[in-house]
Design a protein around this ligand. Structure first.
Ligand code: GLV
Ligand code: MN
Ligand code: MN
Length: 410
C-alpha cells in the first residue's frame, strides 16, 4: 500500500501551525480562526484526493469516495482537529490526515470499494469551549438535539448554534442527526494517549471498549472581603472550599480499589483573583471516568455528596450541573477482528485494549458498529506539547486502517 510517510508528516506539521499557542504547543478551539483556517487547509487536501464534501450545520465534514454499490451504506473513518489549550499536534489529527492518507493510498493502489468510503471531520471532540466533549458526534447520534445545541453556551454567551452560524456553517440543525443504517461501519485511528503499547513494544492497539466519561460544573459562592480585615472565624472562602472539593474528587477515584477509576479538576477559576482579597466565588470542573458504568456513577454520586457536605460545613452556596454522564461503548467484534487481521496482514503485532480517553467513536457507536486502531504515544504523553508518535508508527497505523477499511467496504 502506497502510504507516504513524508507527505503525512509534512501535513501534520502544517496543520500544527494553525494554532493560538506558540509551537510546539497547539491550541485550536472550535470555530476560532485557527480552527477555520485548519479546516480550509484540510479541504485543499481533500480536493487533491478528489473526494466530494458535505458539511452539516455544526461543521461536521464528510468527504466521500463513491463505491461501486453506491446504494449501500458507506464505511467511515475520521476524527477531530480541534486541540485543547497547550496540547500537542497528534491528538485527533492523526485520524483525520491519516484517514485521508488511507483513502488516498487505497485509491492509488487501484482498489475499488463496493461500499463508499467517507472521511469524517468531527466538529469539537474537545470540551474546551462548550463544556461537553464530542458535541459534533453527539449531535450526529441524536444525543444532543437542536434544542440542546441552541441552549448549550460557552463563556462568551454564544450557543453552539450561534457560534456555528458565525463561523458560516449555515445548514439545517434538524438535519445533523444521522438516520439508523446511515453507515455500515466506522473505524477511527488515534494515538493511544497512554503508555501501554510503548511498554509492551507493540505498534498497534485494537480497542475493545471506551471508558464512560462524566462532566460536572461546580460554582461556589462564599463571601469576598479584605484579606487583612476579615478574621478567619468570619470567613466564607470559596477557594478553600473548592480546594477541599478537589481533594474529595481525587479521593473518590483513589478509593474505588481499581486503577480504572480516574477523576480530575481541570478548571479552577477564582474571583476576584487579587492578592489581598478573599475569594468570593470559584468555578471548577470535574471530569470523572471509569471503564465500569456503575463504578463511574458511584464516583459521581459520592462527589456530589461530598460537594454538598463541604459547602454546608463552610457556609458556601453551591450550584452543581451535570453536563454529561455517558455510558461506555463496546467495539464490534467483526471490526476488532478486521483490525487484527489488517495488522497481521502488515506483519505487525497488535494488542487489544480499552480506551481510557473518549473519542467520537463513543457516539458513533450509537449510529453503527465501530472500532478503533491505536498507535503508541511516546512516554504515554498526550494533551501536552511534547505528545509524540513517530512517522513510522503513524504510517503503520494508517496501513492497518487502510486494510481495515478495505475489508469493511468489500
Ligand atoms: C479526549 O480528549 C478526552 O478527554 O478523552
Ligand atoms: Mn484530546
Ligand atoms: Mn482525540
Amino acid at each position: 500500500m502506497n502510504v507516504d510517510a513524508a507527505r503525512l508528516t509534512e501535513q501534520l506539521e502544517t496543520l500544527a501551525r494553525f494554532s493560538d499557542a506558540p509551537a510546539p504547543a497547539v491550541t485550536r478551539v472550535v470555530y476560532t480562526q485557527a480552527d477555520l483556517d485548519a479546516r480550509a487547509y484540510l479541504k485543499t487536501l481533500i480536493a487533491e484526493v478528489g473526494l466530494s464534501v458535505r458539511e452539516d450545520a455544526l461543521g461536521n465534514l464528510f468527504a466521500r469516495w463513491e463505491g461501486q454499490g453506491s446504494t449501500l451504506a458507506a464505511v467511515a473513518t475520521g476524527s477531530h482537529i480541534d486541540a485543547i489549550p497547550f496540547s500537542g499536534r497528534f491528538d485527533g489529527t492523526v485520524g483525520v490526515l491519516g484517514g485521508l492518507e488511507a483513502i488516498r493510498a487505497l485509491k492509488t493502489s487501484g482498489f475499488r470499494p463496493r461500499r463508499s468510503l467517507e472521511l469524517i471531520l468531527f466538529t469539537a471532540e474537545e470540551p474546551t469551549r462548550f463544556g461537553v466533549g464530542c458535541f459534533g458526534s453527539r449531535a450526529l447520534a441524536g444525543v444532543l438535539t437542536p434544542d440542546a445545541l441552541a441552549a448549550l453556551k460557552g463563556e462568551d454567551g454564544l450557543s453552539v448554534l450561534e457560534a456555528a452560524r458565525q463561523a458560516e456553517f449555515v445548514g439545517d440543525a434538524n438535519k445533523v442527526k444521522l438516520e439508523p443504517g446511515h453507515y455500515h461501519a466506522f473505524a477511527e485511528l488515534h494515538i493511544e494517549q497512554g503508555p501501554r503499547l510503548e511498554a509492551a513494544g507493540v505498534p498497534i492497539g485494537v480497542v475493545s471498549a471506551i471508558a464512560a466519561p462524566a462532566t460536572l460544573h461546580v460554582t461556589l459562592t462564599g463571601a469576598g472581603g479584605h484579606a487583612g480585615a476579615v478574621l478567619m472565624r468570619d470567613r466564607r472562602d470559596a477557594l478553600t472550599s473548592g480546594a477541599e472539593i478537589a481533594l474529595a474528587v481525587e479521593a473518590a477515584a483513589l478509593t474505588t480499589g481499581t486503577p480504572d477509576s480516574v477523576a480530575t479538576v481541570g478548571v479552577f477559576d477564582v474571583h476576584p483573583r487579587a492578592v489581598n482579597s478573599i475569594p468570593g466565588r470559584v468555578f471548577l470542573t470535574v471530569d470523572v471516568r471509569d471503564t465500569d458504568l456503575a463504578r463511574r456513577d458511584g464516583m459521581v454520586t459520592r462527589i456530589q455528596e461530598d460537594i454538598e457536605a463541604i459547602s454546608q460545613k463552610r457556609g458556601i452556596e453551591v450550584v452543581v450541573e451535570v453536563l454529561n454522564a455517558d455510558p461506555p461503548a463496546t467495539c464490534a467484534p467483526d471490526i476488532i477482528e478486521a483490525a487484527h487481521a489488517a495488522a497481521a496482514g502488515e506483519g505487525l503485532a497488535a494488542k487489544t485494549l480499552v480506551s481510557r480517553a473518549y473519542h467520537d467513536t463513543l457516539f458513533m457507536a450509537r449510529v453503527c458498529p465501530v472500532g478503533m486502531i491505536f498507535i503508541p504515544s511516546q512516554n504515554g504523553y498526550s494533551h501536552r506539547p511534547d505528545e509524540y508518535s513517530s512517522p513510522e508508527e503513524i504510517t503503520q497505523g494508517v496501513r492497518v486502517l487502510a486494510r481495515t477499511l478495505a475489508a469493511l467496504a468489500e
